[in-house]
Design a protein around this ligand. Structure first.
Ligand code: ADP
Ligand code: MG
Length: 223
């Protein structure tokens, strides 16, 4: 479902220095497989998710998502592929403040070329326990509720792959496990592959597959 081949990504720093971040020879994730990605801060986890999600283009290599090479698509094509096949949950939620919970989920459906599906959006918000908060704007929701809206939004388009970048980092300790359970159960039920970045060892320990970025990334070995 996801396959990386010789993927490299570096940044050019303001002073012109090239900073290599990612150099992965080979990596694969099966359909509906769930895994955790761990690694020290600054090791390139978010960069890797951005490359897989088509937010950032790698310098070279192949990033095959559901048979399509994201790395060789134009930006509009990558945006479209992401909208159709990839769900994203960010550490900082990235909800649109002017819109209600329901509208945020519906807006997540707006980029696929298909009609938004209010019944599906409502069902997803129900699944994350927010059926009584449909018209609440993000500022009226607790932080945990906001992240649950983000989870509902990420699944709106029936993606093949969910990328979750430290989704519990801003959620209070009492709600972190619930959120992880919700993400895992939703991915399981909808047959979505999951790649989750977390610093919480107790959460990582719940997954059958845990990859340490430094071990699959040749840049990490050199630094
Ligand atoms: P992680 O998510 O593992 O903490 P990141 O992928 O965010 O790591 O960052 C990896 C490295 O790349 C860090 O050293 C960071 O400073 C650097 N970096 C990230 N984004 C940029 C950028 N746009 N320009 C230059 N350097 C960047
Ligand atoms: Mg990060």
């Amino acid at each position: 479902m996801l396959r990386l081949v010789n993927v490299r990504k570096s940044y050019v720093e303001p002073n012109g220095n090239v900073l290599p971040v990612i150099d992965i020879e080979s990596f694969a994730l099966a359909a509906a497989e769930q895994m955790v990605l761990v690694g020290r801060s600054g090791s390139g986890k978010s960069t890797l998710l951005h490359v897989i999600g088509g937010i950032t283009r790698p310098d070279s290599g192949e990033v095959i998502v559901d048979g399509q090479d994201v790395a060789h698509l134009s930006e509009p094509q990558r945006d479209r592929l992401r909208a159709q096949k990839i769900g994203y949950v960010f550490q900082t939620f990235n909800l649109l403040p002017a819109f209600s919970a329901l509208e945020n989920v519906l807006l997540g459906m707006a980029f696929t070329g298909q009609r938004a599906d209010p019944a599906r959006a409502t069902a997803l918000l129900d699944r994350v326990g927010l059926s009584k908060r449909l018209s609440h704007k993000p500022s009226m929701l607790s932080v945990g509720e906001q992240q649950r809206v983000a989870v509902a939004r990420s699944l709106a388009n029936r993606p093949k792959l969910l990328l979750a970048d430290e989704p519990t980092a801003n959620v209070d300790a009492g709600n972190q496990q619930n959120l992880i359970d919700l993400i895992r159960q939703s991915c399981h039920d909808e047959e979505v592959a999951l790649m989750l970045v977390t610093h919480a060892t107790e959460i990582a320990a719940q997954f059958d597959r845990v990859e340490r970025l430094e071990e699959i990334n040749r840049v990490g070995a050199a630094v």
